[in-house]
Design a protein around this ligand. Structure first.
Ligand code: C5P
Ligand code: C5P
Ligand code: C5P
Ligand code: ZN
Length: 487
């Protein structure tokens, strides 16, 4: 039976067959929203296939992390949302007989081969925009579902009686959360192979897609906060101003509070939403927001239809932020439990972590705005040192690139202290720059290795680890490589 992405069928089937033969599996994944949803999808699929497994998370799959995995006594290791970029190292362990790797990833592959390797880039699909780690793992989960049904004949066993669960299509919702978490919808909607996954999720009744206001927080933010914090498209007089946001809403003919509480976007009727949206567009036009930015105010919203209304889990974008709030603070266990259905303790804990994450993002963004960035010839950069946690400096660099504080026509390189001897580097670009030749994955990899570090990622977003003190040398070299790419 074919999977959702025909180009990946053969690889997915071969990986699934290998997993089905495993006595037990070590599942290793990346600590961000995409990595957590990847792990959750893989965990569900392995459980349903009755394959025992244990889970480990890593911030970066560096040589130490891989060596640690090799020391665990597992013959089969499933890497999700990382692994491709470290295949050279992984292949060495494989050759030494440590384990057989099965890789489901969407990062730029290193120059090494392995037998069980599922990655959209190997089949000409774009790993930054068309398929995420979670999407790739979903393709694998679908293949594993088919594999189990083939080997067991008819759907057997109580737990697999449900046809939907047996073919793993219900996991499409988590795959979409992962894709949105990696910002693969930054053009306004999911595209490419991701669309097939959305279609399966809609078909399976776990997802809905609607055209709606493209603001973050439609489920859980009070209306004024929804508008005040909208920093993707800034509307003069409203964005960044609590008074402005409340004033704007008060002029509209809608009820703003109920039982002494602000209403949220989800609480509005369709008519009321229309009223707010049109007024917002009118205001944007009147205040001279350029037409292409105004288009960005409307986009596709992905709703997890089985989640309760007004919770972060119902909106793919809010769900992904909730997950980053756990994983980026060493609490991947909490995020994984939420993905796997814990709606009590884990969700409570995740919400506490989210409050903290939001505060850190806001503080970090303010720091960048205050300190400003340094312009090179082809890149702009800032060094946050200890001021921003290294696990979120990339998110903040991406948010900053969307503000007036930075130039929009060149990539940003951000540094943060990692430990006594190393610095973390995060780089973010725009799709327009990528179309002109920018490939930050190549920049980060090449320059970091020249300085004795390592890096990689995607064309539009990448990262690296380098020796502490080499920041300026890094900028200088990166500037030259970017000049080459764009020249
Ligand atoms: O490891 P990984 O693939 O998860 O990280 C993807 C990162 O790239 C995310 O932090 C996301 O914010 C960033 N990204 C971006 N713009 C894109 C695609 C990804 O900033 N268009
Ligand atoms: O944390 P994550 O990268 O998932 O956040 C996604 C987006 O959510 C950010 O780029 C930002 O636009 C929005 N956000 C926000 N205010 C916050 C947290 C997130 O606007 N406090
Ligand atoms: O950490 P950050 O959000 O900046 O990561 C951006 C992208 O670069 C992610 O996809 C991440 O997996 C990748 N990366 C990498 N090697 C590193 C650091 C980040 O491949 N050393
Ligand atoms: Zn990813």
């Amino acid at each position: 039976m074919g999977g959702p992405i025909p180009a990946l069928d053969a690889r997915a089937r071969s990986c699934a067959e290998r997993l089905a033969r495993a006595e037990r599996v070590l599942l290793a994944s990346h600590i961000d929203a995409d990595g957590l949803t990847s792990a959750a999808i893989a965990a569900e699929a392995l459980d349903r296939a009755a394959i025992p497994f244990e889970t480990v998370f890593a911030k970066q799959l560096d040589p130490d992390a891989i060596a640690g995995i090799a020391e665990r006594d597992f013959r089969t290791v499933l890497f999700t949302d990382f692994g491709s970029g470290q295949l050279d190292d992984i292949a060495d362990h494989e050759a030494a007989g440590a384990f057989t790797p099965v890789v489901a990833d969407h990062h730029q592959p290193a120059d090494a081969g392995t037998e069980f390797h599922l990655n959209p880039l190997l089949e000409g699909l774009n790993g930054a925009t068309e398929l995420s780690g979670a999407g790739t793992t979903y393709v694998l989960a679908r293949a594993l579902g088919s594999e189990m049904r083939n080997t067991s004949g008819t759907a057997s066993g109580e737990e697999r009686s449900d046809e939907l669960q047996a073919d793993n299509r219900d996991l499409a919702a988590l795959a979409v959360v992962g894709a949105v978490g990696d910002m693969q919808d930054s053009s306004g909607e999911l595209v490419g192979a991701n669309r097939e996954i959305v279609a399966e999720g809609v078909d399976a009744g776990v997802l809905a897609e609607t055209t709606d206001l493209a603001l973050y927080g439609k489920q859980s933010r009070p209306l004024p906060k929804l508008l005040e914090y909208a920093n993707d498209v800034r509307i003069p007089g409203i964005s960044g101003s609590e008074r402005g946001a409340i004033g704007f809403l008060s002029d509209l003919d809608i009820e703003l509070e109920r039982d002494g509480e602000w209403r949220r976007w989800v609480d509005l009727t369709a008519d009321e939403r229309q009223t707010v949206a049109s007024a917002l567009l009118q205001r944007a036009v009147a205040r001279g927001v350029p037409a292409n930015r105004i288009d960005d105010l409307v986009g596709t919203t992905y709703t997890l239809t089985n989640e309760a209304e007004g919770t972060e889990l119902r909106d793919a974008s809010e769900f992904s932020t909730l997950l980053n709030a756990t994983a980026r603070y060493d609490r991947a266990d909490v995020g994984l439990a939420v993905c796997r259905g814990d709606r009590d303790d884990a969700l409570d804990e995740a919400r506490t972590l989210l409050t903290n994450h939001r505060k850190n993002l806001a503080t970090g963004l303010d720091w960048v705005k205050e300190e400003g960035v340094t312009q090179g010839e082809h890149v702009q950069w800032f060094d946050a040192g200890e001021a921003i946690r290294e696990t979120i400096v990339g998110i903040i660099a991406g948010m900053a690139l969307g503000t007036d504080a930075l130039r929009g026509d060149r990539p940003v390189i951000a540094f943060a202290a990692k430990n006594d001897t190393e610095s973390k580097v995060s780089a973010r670009g725009t799709h327009r720059l990528v179309r002109s030749g920018l490939d930050l994955s190549a920049v980060m990899g090449e320059v970091a290795r020249a300085l004795g570090g390592d890096g990689g990622g995607h064309d539009v977003a990448a990262g690296a680890t380098i020796p502490k003190g080499d920041e300026e040398a890094f900028v200088e070299r990166a500037d030259a490589v970017v000049a080459d790419q764009l020249g």
